[in-house]
Design a binder for this molecule. Structure first.
Ligand code: F6P
Length: 553
């Protein structure tokens, strides 16, 4: 059962026991753990579908893992998990169910919310998506002047941008060249101006993606796009052929001028950052075809079933979450790096940044009490190879420990002679180096072998020592394709869910983004009317004055 008392999760027996295990974990080098247990890899790795997860390079032993799993039971994780899958309203501050899993429920088992089986409307939207995607890709859907669509421009931000943008990039090797997909998220006019510069309005289809259809950045860009279309001597009727929307706010979409039959629905039980499985994924399907989109849904669904049915000891999302919990909340690591060694995954870290940080960047529990422990990690990262030549120095020798997830594939999605083994040699070398480091003795032996004078050796040793003991997870796909990518994303979605339950926070709201939005709304007329409110603090007031004065100058 979930904990309902006011007792913080940190008072649970397993949590208390884990506190007592911290010192040993800090004092035991990771390489010693491997020396003590030759079966460590076999014990601390598992394969789910086409994904191998190796979590053996973390400072855990059998006792710690047993306590972590016990903690997952003590917080009632099974119950919370079942409640999510069956559509209970587990997002309390918005009184909503959390059902991104229903969007990819390929088994089509009924999921009831407020007495209604949501699978009927999910399947209906999928059918509409398929028809639309096929029509555009086959050239049956034409622009106002009768020309085929060659370019799709997605206008959206946050969850209405990051998911489709990341996946479209990741699956480019599987896509054909029928449709080029572009993304506009920023209200900085440079982005839309640069994007539209090379496009032919007769061949462009805009997808305005906004669950609320009130997000200021998206609305501003959508209006600019419509004006651009109109400026090409098109009349208002052209909007029907060049604009579709994805939203749960039908009224606002129609008020914008988009035809009712061009609106794809969203539901309040899909959070923006979990929405790429809905029609928010249209750019993905338009790029790779609907069959590929469905394969992605299937991969995610299989991960859902794994998460739902497997015991925690063999459950990849649970184990991935527990390594993060241990490294962050118990051992004090504040950040986590996401390092793909798969070029198409270049936006994966940015995607996970929103997924995890918007979900778990909270500091009160579900009852509103301040939590007495560290919650959500700072997620950052980029392609591993490029990172090696940028920030890995810090990972190896900085005085802050950054746990990292290394993600790669056995087979390249675009094999080019001589490249993949070189890429993967780095992939394996880095986690080995981060774990083992190099001791002073090893540095000395190396420098002596090079014949350096003793004085120089002494000077160099402290600079060349790598302390090691940097925890990593290795996630190795057989190959990056729609199926494995779907599973990979679902793996991380469930990981953040597990963490949210153990931290006892509300992972599915995002009140923290509202304050800035509200203030910006108030400041905009000040900038437009060159009239600064006296209510701002001294810094903000003077900055706005400076901006207005300089702008005039
Ligand atoms: O950044 C806040 C947020 O509400 C995200 O959660 C969401 O993904 C994004 O804005 C976009 O919202 P919408 O799809 O309603 O435009």
């Amino acid at each position: 059962m979930p904990t309902t008392s006011n007792t913080p999760n940190s008072m649970l027996p397993a949590w208390q026991s884990l506190l007592g295990r911290r010192q040993k974990a800090k004092d035991t080098p990771l390489r010693a753990l491997f020396e003590q247990d030759p079966e460590r890899f076999q014990k601390y790795s598992l394969k789910v579908q086409n994904i191998l997860l190796d979590y053996s390079k973390n400072p855990i032993d059998d006792d710690t893992l047993a306590d972590l799993i016990k903690l997952a039971h003590e917080v009632g994780l099974e119950d919370w998990r079942d409640r999510m899958f069956r559509g209970d309203k587990i997002n309390p501050t918005e009184n909503r169910a959390v059902l991104h899993t229903a969007l990819r429920n390929r088994s089509n088992t009924p999921v009831i919310v407020d007495g209604v089986n949501v699978m009927e409307s999910v399947n209906n939207e999928l059918k509409r998506m398929r028809q639309f995607v096929n029509a555009v890709r086959k050239g049956h859907w034409r622009g106002h002047s009768g020309k085929k669509i060659t370019d799709v421009v997605n206008i959206g931000v946050g969850g209405s941008d990051l998911g489709p943008r990341m996946v479209t990039q990741a699956l480019k090797p599987q896509a054909d060249d029928r449709i080029s997909v572009h993304f506009i998220s920023n209200v900085d006019g440079v982005e839309i101006a640069e994007t539209l510069r090379s496009l032919n309005p007769e061949r462009v289809l805009f997808v305005v993606a906004s669950k609320t259809f009130t997000t200021s950045e998206t609305m501003t860009n959508a209006e600019t796009a419509r004006n651009w279309l109109m400026a090409s001597a098109f009349d208002h009727e052209a909007v029907a052929k060049h604009f579709v929307a994805v939203s749960s706010n039908q009224k606002a979409v129609k008020a914008f001028g988009i035809d009712g039959k061009n609106i794809f629905n969203m539901w309040d039980w899909v959070g923006g950052r979990f929405s790429l499985w809905s029609a928010i994924g249209l750019p993905i399907a338009l790029k790779i075809g609907f069959k590929g989109f469905e394969e992605m849904l299937t991969g995610a669904h299989e991960m859902d079933l794994h998460f739902r049915d497997q015991p925690f000891e063999k459950n990849a999302p649970v184990l991935l979450a527990l390594t993060t919990l241990w490294n962050s909340t118990f051992l004090g690591c504040q950040t986590q790096a996401i390092l793909p060694y798969d070029w198409p995954l270049q936006r994966f870290a940015a995607y996970l940044q929103q997924a995890e940080m918007e979900s778990n960047g909270k500091s009160v529990d579900r009852e509103g009490n301040q939590v007495p422990y560290a919650t959500g990690s700072i997620i950052w990262g980029q392609l591993g190879i490029d990172g090696q030549h940028a920030f890995y120095q810090y990972l190896h020798q900085g005085n802050t420990i950054v746990p990292a997830d290394f993600i790669g594939s056995v087979a390249s999605s675009t094999p080019v002679l001589g490249h993949h083994d070189k890429l993967m040699s780095n992939f394996f070398a880095q986690t080995e180096a981060l774990m083992n480091g190099i001791t002073a003795e090893e540095v000395r032996a190396d420098l002596e072998a090079q014949g350096l004078p003793e004085e120089q050796i002494k000077k160099l040793i402290p600079h060349k020592v790598h302390p090691g003991n940097r925890p990593t997870n290795t996630i190795l796909l057989d190959e990056l394709d729609p199926h494995s990518l779907g599973a990979l994303i679902a793996l991380y979605e469930h990981k953040l869910f597990v963490l949210g339950i153990i931290w006892d926070i509300c992972s599915f709201d995002q009140w923290g983004v509202e304050l800035g939005k509200t203030l910006a709304k108030g400041i905009l007329p000040e900038l437009q009317n060159s009239k600064v409110s006296e209510h701002h603090d001294g810094s903000t007031r003077n900055l706005i004055h400076y901006y207005i004065d300089q702008r005039k100058a």
